[in-house]
Design a protein around this ligand. Structure first.
Ligand SMILES: Nc1ccn([C@@H]2O[C@H](COP(=O)(O)O)[C@@H](O)[C@H]2O)c(=O)n1
Ligand SMILES: O=P(O)(O)OC[C@H](O)CO
Length: 322
């Protein structure tokens, strides 16, 4: 089904392009465990989920690329195994017959500092440390991958200005001695935890310039970030510290149609006050043996169709194409 402007609409027609999605593989060669809140985590089985995802993506034959939304290995991975564990998971992704785009998550940074991590994840690394980037898989679309740990107490050297800025930020907002504890914090303030982070000023300016450029080029934008950007799609604790400032930039333009994230393992979906869809994807790590959470997204001129497998819920995301 073709539209007046020659782009493809709908499901029922051919998508413009399609891509595979999976998040929070959080692999470690350790026995099963659970989250702080008692949700079971299957550190070895998540590798099998990834292997089944790659097999399914390759069988599909129509996928142009794949995205992993961060947390490639778990923080509980023994530190002398971190490098090999990251290489092992990256190696599984490389069995996919197409490019794979990664972003960093807190668990990646518990294992390796960002200067080691970025080359392994093949994150374009212009100044040796920045982990945000963009690409355009088709003329009418642009993907923006944000670095939610730009300002963070994890991943930078201990005396780095960004570590110090993050620690000051947390001290001012979270009175607990364990800065991962939301005890006593109310409502959205419960996101001021050490396992989250923020988008810094330079990245914010970069985001603004990319969205301005996309608007001028009449491109639609999909924003990806490990950390969720909308409270309607996520519980309060996993949100990006300055999700509101990032959304203020995004809301200045009409080009962003969808924001995709990981980190909040049970997943979620919302439509914000400006009609932007937020879809937080279900985690591979929390799939009990034999179950899966991965999918692929077909992209049209006026919608994204997430075709989920098993625990990843299928979602049709309709939007105004203009
Ligand atoms: N509601 C919560 C969630 C987490 N914490 C703290 O975060 C650490 C990491 O949590 P995981 O879900 O990855 O296990 C955990 O050790 C707690 O310190 C918390 O206090 N309250
Ligand atoms: O993957 P983790 O351990 O950072 O946990 C993230 C939680 O789901 C946030 O509440």
């Amino acid at each position: 089904m073709g539209s007046a402007n020659g782009l493809t609409n709908g499901r029922g027609g051919h998508p413009l392009f399609s891509f595979g999605v999976i998040t929070d593989v959080q692999y470690a060669d350790i026995p099963n465990g659970h989250s702080f809140l008692g949700v079971p985590r299957f550190y070895r089985h998540s590798m099998l989920v990834l292997q089944r995802a790659v097999k399914s993506w390759n069988n599909n034959k129509n996928l142009n690329f794949a995205i992993h939304f961060g947390d490639i290995v778990d923080g509980k991975c023994p530190k002398d195994q971190s490098l090999n564990a990251v290489k092992k998971v990256v190696g599984e992704f490389e069995n996919f017959k197409g490019p794979v785009y990664h972003m960093i998550g807190n668990h990646c940074l518990y294992n390796l500092p960002r200067d080691k991590l970025l080359p392994l994840l093949k994150i374009p690394n212009l100044d040796g440390s920045r982990a945000y980037y963009e690409f355009s898989p088709a003329p009418g679309y642009r993907f923006v991958l944000l670095d939610g740990y730009d300002i963070s107490a994890i991943g930078w050297p201990h005396d780095h200005p960004k570590t110090l800025e993050a620690l000051k930020f947390l001290r001012e907002r979270n009175p607990n001695s364990d800065k991962n504890s939301p005890n006593g914090l109310e409502g959205l303030d419960r996101r001021f935890l050490m396992f989250n982070g923020a988008v810094g000023e330079e990245q914010m300016e970069w985001l603004d310039s990319v969205l301005r450029d996309a608007t001028n080029m009449k491109q639609k934008v999909v924003v990806c970030c490990h950390l969720p950007l909308d409270p309607g799609a996520s519980s309060q604790e996993p949100l990006l510290w300055n999700y509101d400032e990032v959304m203020d930039v995004i809301h200045r333009y009409d080009c962003v149609k969808v924001c995709l994230a990981g980190h909040d393992h049970e997943g979620g979906h919302s439509i914000d006050s400006h009609g932007i869809h937020h879809r937080v994807l279900e985690a591979a790590l929390e799939c009990p043996p034999g179950t899966d959470a991965f999918g692929y997204i077909e992209v049209y001129d006026n919608m994204l169709s997430l075709v989920g497998t098993d625990r990843m819920k299928s979602t049709n995301i309709h939007f105004n194409p203009y």
